[in-house]
Design a protein. Sequence first.
Length: 129
Amino acid sequence: MSPHPSILSKPVGEARLSPRAIGYVQTATRLELHQLVMQAFAESGITQVTLARRLGKRPEQISRLLGAPGNWTLDTFAELLFAIDGSLARVERRSPIGDKPTNSGAMGWRPSEPLTSNSSSTAKMDIVW
């Protein structure tokens, strides 16, 4: 038996988490936050120039931020989301353990609930692999 639990096993005891498991969690979270911001941006109808002006940044900075899920700080995530449409993120814990794999063969994203432009709805994303 491996000294490290499976990448999708619940951590137990004092066994050190593998770098692979930590990397998976970091990447999954980063992608989920990026997807949430991009969903809000698409629904808002504003341009990157407008977002840049709202935040006092250059358009190329906004392009870089929206282009890929980088190592945003929580403050960057919060300011982007609020500047886009005045919303705040609802954070909740969930376990990826037991998620059903898809036939795609690669990590991807699918909505866990239908995404609508209704401002009172909450977009949630689940990882699929």
